[in-house]
Design a protein around this ligand. Structure first.
Ligand SMILES: O=C(O)C(=O)C[C@]1(C(=O)O)C=C[C@@H](O)C=C1
Length: 393
């Protein structure tokens, strides 16, 4: 057979090319770190969407000349740029907060190895620490307790999901903690039906799962006749139980990545009701952090208004006055005070900015209770759009 059609020869060449690509990605990363150093010096924002758009348009044009379609090129480079922005942000945050502990951090999260919170912890600290001391917990309450008592440095908590909404238990716990929110992370969640042995869907009669994934995969589960759900405290516990069973009738809901840690295989992928399923996590610590001026910041407040008509509207009007965008408004009952609500508000603002300080002073006058839960770097990086004409041409 000609060398050009020999599978082993072709694969060897592909492997080499992929390794060359990795070296180029690493080289690009170190260049963007120099960009961050330069921006730290000049106090220029990390994000420059005009530059991103010019870059994407140029790359699409060059890609087309080499037979690569515009969407493929856009997807690849949006991912590369997102990584660049997050890396630069992590670097600038380290510079702004020299007391942040590295290279070893201890993190408490829900569940054990392979849980979504475990994966989120590793993802968040992959840019910030060299080693993670894992501390799996059985409840959200325990996570906060471990951080409050100084047993661990950080706690990773899921706060909302694009298909099942807010995680009320976490909001309620935040009312009573002295911890600060110091970071956030948006993690894609791809629920799969995993099994410990090679089997088929018609043989499955029991599924182990945590309540959240069950809610998020209700359409898939409702279509499976005669299946019993056995609720577990976390996805990790569910995966461990399924792995121990080694039975063809047992399935478990979890991520493919987490399942691999338990030697589980994906029988059916992407079983969530919504194809785009993301969870937002918050990271809590005993001390607050400062957010560098070059980075988009978020500030989270909790407040209770008076019981008069329009009291919340008055607060929202203050945000309008200072042109501060609100990305989330959640209300939760105040424990022990029937029909009274505590409001949780996420704002696109740096706590240290003059606008946010003035806004806070006005809100304090308008509310019965107000507390800053934290100010942290926003990690929700919206991709820069390429003009439709460029994609279509
Ligand atoms: O060129 C810059 O200013 C960069 O920060 C680098 C980079 C990139 O990775 O290409 C990243 C973020 C900016 O929004 C634009 C471009």
């Amino acid at each position: 057979m000609k060398d050009s059609l020999d599978l082993n020869v072709i694969r060897k060449e592909i492997t080499q090319l992929d390794q060359d690509l990795l070296s180029l990605f690493a080289k690009r990363r170190s260049l963007t770190l120099n960009v961050a150093k330069s921006k730290a010096h000049q106090v220029r924002p990390v994000r420059d969407q005009q530059r991103e758009q010019e870059l994407l348009v140029k790359l699409i044009q060059i890609g087309k000349e080499q037979g690569l379609d515009a969407h493929y090129v856009t997807n690849i480079f949006q991912t590369i740029i997102e990584d660049s922005v997050l890396n630069q942000q992590a670097y600038l945050q380290q510079l702004k907060n020299p007391n942040i502990k590295t290279p070893t951090v201890s993190v408490a999260f829900l569940g054990d190895k392979g849980s979504y919170s475990y994966l989120a912890s590793y993802r968040y600290f992959s840019r910030r620490a060299e080693e993670i001391i894992e501390f799996g917990c059985a409840s959200f309450d325990d996570i906060l307790h471990q951080v409050e008592s100084g047993n661990v440095d950080y706690g990773m908590l899921p706060i909302e999901n694009t298909s099942s909404g807010s995680i009320n238990e976490v909001y309620d716990l935040l009312q009573h903690t002295n911890l600060s929110i110091v970071g956030e992370l948006s993690q894609p969640i791809d629920h799969c039906l995993l099994t410990s042995v090679n089997t088929s869907i018609d043989k499955i009669d029991t599924i182990y799962a945590h309540a959240q994934p069950v809610q998020q995969c209700s359409n898939f589960l409702n279509k499976q006749d005669g299946i019993r759900i056995e609720y577990c405290d976390s996805s990790a516990q569910a995966m461990q139980k399924a792995a121990d069973s080694k039975l063809a009738n047992i399935g478990v809901i979890g991520s493919e990545e987490g399942g691999k840690l338990y030697d589980l295989m994906a029988l059916t992928k992407s079983i969530a009701n919504q194809a785009e399923n993301h969870s937002r996590f918050i990271l809590v610590a005993r001390k607050p952090v400062e957010v560098a001026e070059q980075i988009p910041a978020k500030t989270t407040l909790i407040l209770a208004t008076s019981q008069e008509p329009g009291a919340l509207v008055d607060c929202l009007m203050v945000l309008k006055e200072y042109d501060i965008n609100m990305t989330k408004l959640e209300s939760r009952p105040i424990q022990g005070r029937p029909w009274e609500e505590m409001f949780y508000i996420d704002l696109e603002a740096n706590l240290r900015s003059a606008a946010m300080q003035d806004c806070l002073a006005k809100l304090t006058k308008l509310t019965r209770f107000i507390k800053v839960l934290g100010c942290y770097a926003s990690e929700q990086i919206k991709p820069t759009n390429v003009p439709a004409k460029v994609l279509a041409d």
